[in-house]
Ligand binder design. Sequence first.
Ligand code: COA
Length: 329
Amino acid sequence: MPNSTIAGLGHYIPKRKVTNSDLEKMMETTDEWIVERTGIKARHWADLDTDSTSNMGTKAALMALENAQLAPSDVEFIIFCTLSPDYNFPGGGVMVQEQLGLDTVGALDIRNQCSGFLYGLSVADQFIKTGMYKTVLVIGSEIHSSGLDISTRGRNVAVIFGDGAGAAVLTATNQTDKGILSTHLHSQGKFAEELMVIEPSSTSRCRNEFSPERMFPIMNGSAVFKHAVTRFPEVIMEALAKNGYSASDISLLIPHQANLRISQFIQKSMKLSDDQVYNNIMHYGNTTAASVPIAMLEAFQNGKIKEGDLICLAAFGSGFTWASALIRW
Ligand code: COA
């Protein structure tokens, strides 16, 4: 059975940097409040004249392909993960397929919010392990900025999220000691309403008369925090146990960049050192499906991921959904 390895990573960060002091001009908030509660100092917002969720994903994918020394024509399947697609339907995967100039390769969209990229990675891994495909593109891309309530009313959510895209090219290898060792996926729909956007919804009788407030994200911040700090360590330990490892064996944990306080909580409860956990939420905010591949690429570029390392990815978010992946690099 072939294994899947990450052959290349890419990202695209929109140019416009929005600092906490920029947000202070839009709503009643302070740099101090945001840094203390979330660790975030800045995020990037897309330019809607030129950026779209799909074309940001395509740019990240092209970088990942270049880093893997592959051409778009090598891609056999596309998995596109987002909660903020260009259109309500069709999904962004087909847009990427067209933008990459691929003829008729399959494209699948994943709607799993913050754990989307990990769900995508797991699906890609299964396709490669069964021999169905040898090269699969997994993309996470989000434009949050156009859907946030940037008035004081929406400040508890608006300060957290940022825009960006990340991508990974997975390829098949016959090396048994390298690649994705296992993935672990979970969900608990009874908490669906703790972090959600209601509209556009098929349950609204007259879809063109919904109120704009129902299009903004609603979040029960303390419930999200409470579940996240339990589920992250749980799903990381599940991956380690499945492969006969313990927390001290992790070379680098790359958690979904939900909130710096959540990452610090996980680090402390799992007794991991600063060198074992990668955080970059300070610069980008929470970019949902894009956060893990963006952080993974940065960690790689900064020399924090080396051949032979044991890398753990983990995510938690709306759904609730959560997931982990253990990789021998
Ligand atoms: N700036 C200033 N004040 C703010 C604010 C902001 N951006 N957002 C909320 N507040 C205010 C509230 O109105 C409230 O004021 P009050 O006491 O006068 O009513 C006060 O700050 C505390 O609000 P609360 O919501 O209780 O804050 P909190 O300590 O729970 O922190 C979060 C809020 C969102 C930072 C925190 O709950 C959290 O990090 N949750 C996890 C969120 C997350 O990670 N989401 C992504 C999941 S993938």
